[in-house]
Design a protein around this ligand. Structure first.
Ligand code: SF4
Length: 235
């Protein structure tokens, strides 16, 4: 179990000896690429992908993040991120909020002056996430088979700069997402992205649905899957 203890040893010398056991996270990968999604699409970005996920979406494209990883302290992650000399950082997963220590990582990144994005699966509270962090919430559509995990109360925890995403596999997903957008007035409060499941739903089809319904949403493709081979990791 990761620990975080800042101890002043009781019998330390007069000057005090501070022992810092830094917060530890399981990190799947840290890499530099173009941001492939959200309103930040196209910008160079450092990605910190954390290990573990509490969901098992049918269309998941990062299953390798469920278990693989290396233990790293928050200061070590910060140092690694700085080596890329890029001000935009996204913390993603897996489900990055699955490890509570992520809050300290996010605070450290904000304090260091980075623009910080957090991509999360919509099943865990974001109440403890620093307000400076842009949350991108990927609520799960029925075809993912994880719809029952959506935590709609977290809408109350979002700020105006945060964003919402629905990944659409078919017409049933689309109709469901439209109902949510309308019933919860999502597009009036946040940027909402509709993204087709890569290789499953034709882009043209989703684009036509959005235009026919005059939706106030953004059509989004996963840019990185069009630049690099879709199976390539670390891009
Ligand atoms: S939340 Fe993301 S990482 Fe987790 S199973 Fe779903 S798509 Fe995969």
């Amino acid at each position: 179990m990761p620990v975080c203890l800042n101890l002043v040893l009781p019998d330390a010398p007069a000057a005090g000896v501070v022992v810092n056991f830094a917060m530890i996270l399981m990190v799947n990968e840290i890499f530099y690429s173009l941001q492939g999604e959200s309103s930040y699409m196209g910008q160079p970005c450092v990605f910190v992908r954390l290990t573990y996920c509490n969901l098992r979406c049918k269309w998941c494209d990062t299953e390798y993040a469920f278990y693989e990883g290396t233990h790293m302290s928050v200061p070590d992650i910060l140092e690694k991120v700085k080596t890329f000399n890029c001000n935009l950082v996204e913390v993603t997963g897996g489900e990055p909020l699955f490890q509570p220590e992520v809050i300290q990582l996010l605070k450290s990144l904000v304090d260091a002056g980075f623009t910080v994005l957090l991509e999360t699966g919509g099943s865990l509270s974001v109440a403890d996430v620093p307000r400076e962090v842009v949350k991108i919430v990927d609520f799960k559509c029925p075809s993912s088979e994880m719809e029952h995990k959506n935590l709609w109360t977290l809408l109350n925890e979002l700020g105006p700069r945060d964003e919402i995403k629905f990944v659409i596999a078919d017409r049933a997903d689309y109709d469901w997402a439209v109902a949510k957008i309308q019933d919860l007035t999502l597009a009036d409060n946040w940027v909402v992205h509709l993204s087709p499941v890569f290789g499953i739903l034709d882009y043209h089809t989703l684009a036509e649905w959005i235009l026919a319904d005059r939706l106030k949403v953004r059509f989004q493709i996963q840019l990185h899957k069009h630049i690099w081979d879709p199976a390539t990791r670390g891009v």
